[in-house]
Ligand binder design. Sequence first.
Ligand code: HEM
Length: 433
Amino acid sequence: MSTAATPDADAACEDAGPAGPAVPADLADPAFWRLPAPDRAAAFADLRRLPAPARFGDDTAGRRPGRGFHALVRHADVVEASRTPAVFLSGPGVTTPEPAGWVRMLFGDSMVNLDDPRHAQLRRIVSRAFTPRLISRVEDDIRRVATDLVDRVERERPEDFVTSVAAELPFQVICNMMGIPEEPRRAILDQVNHASEHTGVARPLRARLRMPGRGLLALARMQRMVADLGRERRRRPADDLVTALVTADVDGRRLTGRELGAFFSLLLVAGVETTRNALAHGLHLLTVHPEQRALLLGDLDGRLGGAVDEIVRHATPIIQFRRTLAVDHRLGGPDGPLLRAGDKAVLYFGSANRDETVFTDPDAFDITRSPNPHLGFGGGGPHYCLGAHLARQEMKVLYRELFTRLPEVRSVGGPDLIPSSFDHRVRSLRFTF
Ligand code: HEM
């Protein structure tokens, strides 16, 4: 049976609560993403009731044509677009604003921005490197990192959960997987923050002018370091992911230095920020929903898996990805709305995760929700999150360590959020135990 949270508790959580007044949504307007969460949720609920996906971002003056997009906000539409990759292409780019052309030219494409056959080929190589043997070794490593972090929390009593725990765990785990030496890790984390800090937000002019130089430098250093490491591992193989990637031979192919660099950047951005935000939202949700917390602590073994998936559904760390139509396509079948070849479609995972036709009481945080067919890791199809298993594992291990050793651990106040149309970013979250 499902045990839903109370509306009062929801009101204390940033991304939930009784729906505010419906607002006319303009999803292309950065101001929309600064609205209070209940207002955004109400706007998405209105959009889900429309007979066809709404369009946003069209430049009616015609100065910059081709910028508009269809907003896919229903669960079924996001699943259809995700699982029809021959129609909904990733190759033209999946992030908004689009990365500058020079980034793609200089550094090669990461797999999120590729279509078949190149995507399938790359994914086969990379998946080979996530073998059960490597992953089981990673699980021991996650435990070690989580134990060290909680030791440090007990010793040093830091105030911010994000910098002291949530960001550290996935970052250290990926660096350990890749065999990155200790020394450059701080610099890499700084560089990752610079490289990704403007995805999904309107860049202020100052940042627009500054970004290329700083971002270029950050990416270049990181790519060079990883390419060097790849060369070194080809000469002297070690028991790590980089070795597996540069020596895996699939259909006569292995990763080039350029592909290795692009993949590592993707892992850092896709695997660190997402998990860090999920961990922080999760601690807050389990603080403002005491009855859900009591359920979890009463049966950690039985409930952790459900809690982690409900956190990912409720918080939806990645809000959206974009696709581009390869051919004319009717959404939902022959009588559905017509999307034209060349049109852009944005898949709103966050809205799909609150679709009332799929989830009962979708705004409630309910760790017993079953089934929970959320789209927090994507809507299925070839681009489904490669790290979903790893992310779930990291979250389960960290929460187990935290709630077993510090059962009074709680967030203090709400998360300090960074408005973005792309991800549900937490800058900081105060906590106590
Ligand atoms: C809670 C944490 C995470 C969330 C919410 C998340 C979410 C997502 C989403 C929504 C996608 C796009 C799926 C699609 O377009 O169909 C994705 C793709 C991806 N994720 Fe994750 N992710 C998480 C953790 C991770 C981790 C830990 C890793 C690294 C090991 C990772 C690696 C990737 C990669 C490589 C892709 C691209 C796959 C492809 O294009 O074939 N993710 N993730």
